[in-house]
Design a protein around this ligand. Structure first.
Ligand code: ATP
Length: 247
């Protein structure tokens, strides 16, 4: 006989991990002669998707760059709790359209951090590349040249490159920009699934649909944080109107 327990009190293993994967306090950052982020204090929850939302120039990419370690904060504190370096998928990707690279070679570049540029890929590296290609559903176009792909296929290849790094933190700059609704939904579904597999996902986005389906959201305006929390609480009509009102 199967005995059913009515679980009023979930065990600790049932509870989502609420610790922060990245934590920053009074963080300031920018570019030479151009301060961009002003005293941001926030936490990026572990094992969740977080959307960075805000108008053009509000500092979303800069904040991703700081979390990725490619932009040094000018002041404040930034703390990572993970053991692996983050995987960063920048807006246009690190690979030019004109380079004669196949999809597979593009994804293999994700292993360079682990393997070094000139070392042969191991079986383990190839397995990581295969898994990333599979997850993004681009195994069948692995031999195609990157430059001849559609925007959605190219974007999936670049995300697969990020996945191949096997980090527990994936930072994406506008992964769904310029894609049709089906391609957007597909990428959003992949990102949601990644969280179930133990990855913390942060994406800068102008796609309010994607932002609303995230677990958490940071709303930026002019390099300042104007809201953080659950998207339902942060992306209200009035908050959005305020952030997007002309200065
Ligand atoms: N490499 C750079 N050198 C100098 N200033 C920069 C550089 N990159 C961005 N900026 C400036 O920093 C500010 C914030 O830009 P950022 O790209 O972080 O904003 P964003 O919110 O990601 O914008 P978008 O939605 O247009 O991608 C802008 O004023 C921008 O002009």
């Amino acid at each position: 006989m199967k005995i059913m327990f009515n679980k009023h009190h979930p065990s600790p293993s049932d509870l989502p991990d609420r610790t922060a994967r990245v934590h920053f306090t009074e963080l300031c950052a920018g570019y030479p002669g151009r301060p961009v982020l002003h005293e941001l204090s926030a936490a990026i929850p572990s094992l969740a998707t977080t959307a960075l939302v805000g108008p053009n120039g509000s500092g979303k990419s800069t904040l991703l760059g700081v979390m990725a370690g490619v932009i040094e904060p000018t002041s404040g504190h930034l703390r990572h709790t993970g053991s692996r370096p983050p995987a960063f998928v920048p807006q246009r990707g690190a690979v030019g359209d004109t380079l004669p690279l196949t999809v597979r070679q593009t994804v293999e570049m994700g292993r360079w951090g682990e393997r070094g540029l000139w070392r042969r890929l191991t079986r383990r590296d190839r397995a990581a590349v295969d898994t990333a290609l599979d997850r993004l559903g681009i195994g069948e176009i692995a031999t195609r040249q990157l430059g001849e792909l559609s925007g959605g296929q190219r974007q999936r290849a670049l995300i697969a490159q990020g996945l191949a790094q096997e980090s527990d933190l994936l930072l994406l700059d506008e992964p769904t920009t310029g894609l049709d609704p089906e391609a957007r939904a597909r990428i959003t579904a992949v990102l949601t699934q990644l969280v179930t597999d133990g990855v913390t996902v942060v994406q800068a986005t102008h796609d309010l649909g994607a932002a609303r389906s995230a677990d958490a959201c940071l709303l930026l305006r002019d390099g300042r944080l104007t809201g953080q929390g659950h998207p339902e609480d942060v992306l209200t009509e009035s908050a959005l109107a305020q952030v997007w009102q002309p200065a």
